[in-house]
Design a protein around this ligand. Structure first.
Ligand code: AMP
Length: 431
């Protein structure tokens, strides 16, 4: 299958060729003709599947027909995304794929000065990419007019609901024309997501490109059993020994992200942290340095990393396992994209064994767990964590003694007799 047969204009095909894409991904093959034919869409597609181009390309094709000029331009396509980073990336995709078209795109998201956004909106745009909260601000200030929107895209709708954006979305829907094309993208279609989709969509075409919670085959998954207070050393060791040049590391809390960035710095690893307490400028700079590979390790919380698109990212590390097993799928979806190989490594403490088992059940894969020589765990998993530990005290986990294929090295465990306390910060805010 080639892009030529999908019905896209010559300008778009040229931009696609300049990107080096030779054939459409499965979601593109199915979504592009459906969108061009004017259907609403309910698409189960995660990041990494090529979903951004799947809606951006036909959207641009449809807009270019009768693009008005200058201030006569009106917002005719609106893309809602959960995070600033994803908004910035969709905006970048619109610019990339629309480079040979006379269309203007603006992005609006929170955490940055609103005035340049107001100026951009006033000068006339065809495509607006926005996070719901900031767009709601613009509606209140009457600095945006959405009465001409023909195409509405909800990107990562499940995340928008998770993040509490439903009231903002409903306010936005209230000012959109009732007759429009709506494209609904979500990795999952649980209760509230499905309800919203059913309310918004008119006889949609349904596209499911990968089983929800499926992990790309291109990602090899592994895990190390290690004590909480030795994770940092093990990570520094892995980065050095394996010569990881670009690794995205997930922590559970903003505090944990900052602390780990500082500690890895002491090991001579260039790193930076991104999370909700960092300004947009700081986040953009950290991401840019990471993409250039002047920063080797980027430490991130789930929300901050949502939707990050880093070309050919080779490594993702779960320094802390996510509380919600589905976040594991989202996290490791940062790597192994668009035909590239990727590796996802999880550092699993005794108290996270229950979460690890839940993740394995979700992804239906027996992720091999390794004990690294010199980092043998001495903590026992018998003490249940006060929260988020589904493991029963005293057994039932997937530890090295449970016959799940984990190797235990013969060397005596180091650090025997150290106080077996977890240094996990309690009560720190997640981002
Ligand atoms: P997305 O799922 O939209 O986050 O896209 C994931 C990655 O796939 C991005 O880096 C895109 O540039 C890339 N991509 C999208 N479509 C194609 C394609 N047809 N061939 C190769 N790479 C693609």
């Amino acid at each position: 299958m080639s892009f030529d047969s999908l019905g896209l204009s010559a300008e778009l095909l040229r931009a696609i060729a300049e990107q080096g894409y030779t054939s459409p991904t499965p979601v593109q093959t199915r979504a592009i003709p459906a969108i061009l034919a004017g259907h609403d869409l309910m698409a189960g597609a995660q990041t990494g599947t090529g979903k951004t181009a799947a809606f951006t390309l036909p959207m641009l094709h449809k807009l270019m027909g009768d693009a008005p000029q200058g201030r006569q331009r009106r917002v005719r396509a609106l893309v809602l995304t959960p995070t600033r980073e994803l908004a910035a990336q969709v905006h970048e995709s619109v610019r990339t794929y629309g480079r040979h078209l006379p269309l203007r795109c603006a992005e609006v998201y929170g955490g940055v000065n609103i005035l340049p956004q107001i100026r951009a909106l006033r000068s006339g745009v065809d495509v607006l990419v926005a996070t719901p909260g900031r767009l709601q601000d613009h509606l209140t200030r009457r600095t945006v007019d959405l009465s001409s929107v023909d195409i509405l895209v909800l990107d990562e709708a499940d995340r928008m609901l998770d993040m509490g954006f439903l009231p903002a979305i409903e306010r936005i829907l209230g000012v959109l024309p009732a007759t429009r094309q709506t494209l609904f993208f979500s990795a999952t279609f649980g209760g509230n997501v499905r309800k919203l989709a059913e309310k918004l969509l008119n006889k949609p075409q349904v596209i499911e490109v990968a089983r929800a919670n499926a992990v790309a085959d291109a990602v090899s998954q592994s895990a190390y059993f290690v004590d909480t207070d030795r994770k940092r050393e093990l990570l520094a060791h892995l980065i050095g020994k394996e010569q990881w040049s670009q690794v995205l590391v997930f922590t559970r809390t903003k505090y944990g992200a900052d602390r780990l960035a500082k500690q890895l710095g002491h090991h001579g690893i260039e790193c930076d942290a991104i999370h909700g307490d960092k300004s947009q400028g700081q986040r953009n700079r950290a991401l840019a340095a990471f993409k250039r590979q002047t920063v080797q390790a980027l430490i991130a919380t789930d929300v901050a990393a949502r939707g990050l698109d880093i070309d050919q990212l080779p490594h993702v590390v779960n320094f802390d396992l996510p509380t919600n097993p589905e976040d594991y799928v989202h996290r490791i979806g940062r790597t192994g994209r668009a035909g590239n190989k990727g590796a996802a490594t999880s550092l699993v403490s005794a108290e996270e064994r229950g979460q690890f088992a839940a993740i394995k059940r979700l992804v239906k894969t027996d992720i091999p767990a390794i004990v690294m020589e010199g980092f043998e765990p001495v903590q026992q998993s018998s003490r249940p964590r006060p929260t988020n530990n589904r493991r029963r005290p005293g057994g039932g986990g997937n530890g090295p003694n449970n016959g799940n294929g984990a190797r235990r090295h013969a060397r005596p465990a180091q650090g025997q007799g150290r106080p077996q306390t977890s240094r996990r910060p309690r009560g720190a805010q997640t981002s």
